[in-house]
Design a protein around this ligand. Structure first.
Ligand code: C2E
Ligand code: MG
Ligand code: MG
Length: 572
């Protein structure tokens, strides 16, 4: 009888039930004495594809993968030294046919006939380990394109910056997106959009891998690239040009040959920021710049675009402002030169910005127009005016005409007329107190359609006035054919009347001609008594300007400029 058999028989002897349990256990069981297997149960030998006899007498590291033998032997030694009774560790094992198995070991050591022995169990955790890896992989990779996801990008970017700080080298961050991707998605469908994303990813990936950079998809059609350790900015420019070049070939999707382009913004560490937040913001601004300048290109962040940063911030706020109801109505009365009463008033919008305080239209209208929000802003103002009028009516105020500035965007919006009809239904005759100010440019562009739109609005009971008259080139006779009620002389002309004789001639002529066409004339921007007197002399009907008052809140209007008929009745 071999010594190992004698030992194992000795250890397992006595209790037949115990022996059977060990023999048929579903976990692998072994006994090691002096670092050699002296017993292996069937499950363990099956696990590794050996005959039991092939393992008996082998070193306890025999089943461990080459790479792990050292580590495992260190763990065992350490436990022996510390004379621990229990030992637990994991290792990568190799089967007889060379397959990798992930094994977890629980061992327990004891002295047997003066020798150090270990009895242990082995559990094959390969399935669980692989499943866990797959989960980790899914958490790190974008499933559509197989690229790293945002999470990995952030982690890697962080690592790259820390390393660059330590080694004093540079890092470039590219943020990019596919130009007009939304249009591709909307027109061809999402499946096709996905194909575009995959093909674009493949092309960029080839370039970036050969440059040794990291490429990740961080959102819908947004991608990021990290390039580390380069010498000149020109190298980065060259990579960007390569990206542009690989997009030259069209992408075939179904029967279409799509010409896809990218916009790229680049920021550099340490030049443009020392942390992730600033570098991302800088690359974002550069991307914005690229888009603004016509897309299909790249731009480095430029230091001097503080104004742009401000604009982006304001743009973000503007989107929220409508939902948060941050716009307020201010009103500026139009005072009759005959009665000195407020015949009408103009609604002028103000934005109560949570941080910046009250902002004037000059500070946000252009942005609202660029971002396509202007028509919504006008609708907000219109609704506020209608609500104000109905409140005034309920309280018994004699209603003034309230004029509203209608932007090009709202005027040409397909929904405009429908909305004005609906308001007519909801608010009834109150709409007769609403005046729509159209600028000369709207009137000038007026095609047949817009002329008939103006007519329809007039038929619904809304008044129409021409704002900033004199700055465009519309002729008075042209206005006659439209249903215009009022003409507002622009304040630049008003400003001229006190200083230039010429100015007086022009204003006098406008007033005279306007009156012959039956239009009411309002002079804007009257600031002095002298201007008022001259305009009065020319027969101007109403004055709007700082001479009387700046635009004020509705409450101030109620207190100073409205006549309450209920109160008058009470007095009688
Ligand atoms: P606008 O329609 O010509 O309005 C008159 C502007 O002149 C107002 O500027 C008013 O405050 C200012 N003003 C009035 N009297 C005087 C004066 O005596 N001297 C001077 N220097 N200025 C005077 P505000 O409120 O800053 O509005 C500027 C422009 O913004 C408006 O010009 C109008 O075109 C536009 N706007 C204002 N509110 C809205 C709105 O709700 N929707 C749209 N689409 N545009 C609006
Ligand atoms: Mg106006
Ligand atoms: Mg005006």
């Amino acid at each position: 009888m071999s010594e190992s058999k004698r030992f194992s028989d000795g250890i397992l002897e006595g209790d037949e039930k115990f022996r059977a349990l060990v023999e048929h256990s579903v976990v692998g069981i072994y006994i090691i004495v002096d670092g050699k297997f002296i017993y292996i149960n069937k499950r363990l030998s099956d696990m590794f594809g050996y005959e039991r006899s092939q393992l008996i007498g082998k070193n306890n590291l025999y089943l461990a993968h080459e790479d792990e033998k050292d580590a495992v032997s260190k763990i065992i030694e350490k436990n022996l030294k510390e004379e621990r009774e229990n030992i637990e560790y994991s290792f990568k094992g190799v089967t007889k046919s060379g397959e990798i198995r992930y094994i977890h070991v629980f061992g327990s050591s004891f002295l047997y006939e003066g020798k150090r022995a270990v009895i242990g169990t082995l559990i094959d955790e390969t399935e669980r380990v692989l499943a866990k890896r797959e989960l980790e992989r899914l958490a790190r990779y974008d499933t559509l394109t197989g690229l790293y996801n945002r999470y990995v990008f952030m982690e890697e970017f962080h690592r790259a910056i820390e390393l660059a700080k330590y080694r004093k080298h540079r890092v470039a961050l590219f943020l990019m997106d596919i130009d007009n991707f939304k249009r591709i998605n909307d027109s061809l469908g999402h499946g096709e959009g996905d194909e575009v994303l995959k093909e674009v990813s493949r092309r960029i990936r080839r370039v970036i891998e050969s440059e040794g950079g990291l490429f990740a998809r961080i959102g819908g059609d947004e991608f990021a690239i990290i390039i580390e350790n380069f010498d000149t900015i020109d190298e980065i420019g060259t990579i960007a040009r390569k990206l542009k070049a690989v997009m030259k070939k069209t992408i075939k999707i179904d029967d279409y040959q799509l010409r896809i382009t990218l916009s790229i913004g680049i920021s550099l560490f340490p030049e443009h920021g020392s942390d992730i937040k600033h570098l991302q913001k800088a690359a974002d601004i550069a991307l914005y710049q690229t888009k603004k300048e016509g897309k299909n290109d790249f731009a480095f962040y430029a230091h001097d675009n503080g104004a742009l940063i401000e604009k982006i911030a304001l743009e973000n706020d503007l989107y929220k402002a409508i939902e948060r109801d941050e716009f307020e109505l201010y009103l500026q009365p139009q005072i009759s030169t005959k009665s000195s009463l407020a015949k009408g008033m103009e609604a002028l919008v103000r934005w109560r910005h949570p941080q910046r305080g009250i902002l004037f239209p000059g500070e946000f209208l252009e942005l609202a127009s660029e971002t396509g929000l202007l028509y919504r802003l006008d609708i907000v103002v219109l609704e506020k005016v209608l609500k104000l009028l109905s409140r005034w009516e309920k309280r018994g105020y004699r209603l003034p005409i309230v004029s509203i500035n209608i932007s090009n965007a709202l005027f040409h919006h397909s929904y405009f007329l429908k909305m004005m009809k609906r308001n007519r239904k909801i608010y009834g005759d109150l709409c007769k107190y609403v005046e729509l100010e159209l600028t000369e440019s709207i009137i000038m562009q007026s095609t047949k359609d817009s002329a008939s739109l103006v007519k329809e609005l007039a038929m619904l009971g809304y008044s129409i006035s021409i704002d900033d008259f004199g700055t465009g080139y519309s002729s008075l006779s042209h206005l006659k054919s439209l249903n215009v009620n009022k003409l507002k002389i622009d304040r630049t002309f008003v400003h001229d009347i006190a200083t230039h004789k010429n100015g007086q001639v022009i204003v006098k002529a406008i007033i005279a001609m306007g009156k012959t066409l039956g239009l009411e004339i309002v002079a804007e921007g009257v600031e002095t008594e002298e201007e008022l007197k001259i305009l009065q002399g020319f027969g101007c009907d109403c004055i709007q300007g700082f001479y009387y008052t700046k635009p004020v809140t509705s409450r101030e209007i109620e207190e100073k400029w409205l006549v309450c008929e209920k109160r008058e009745e009470n007095l009688l």
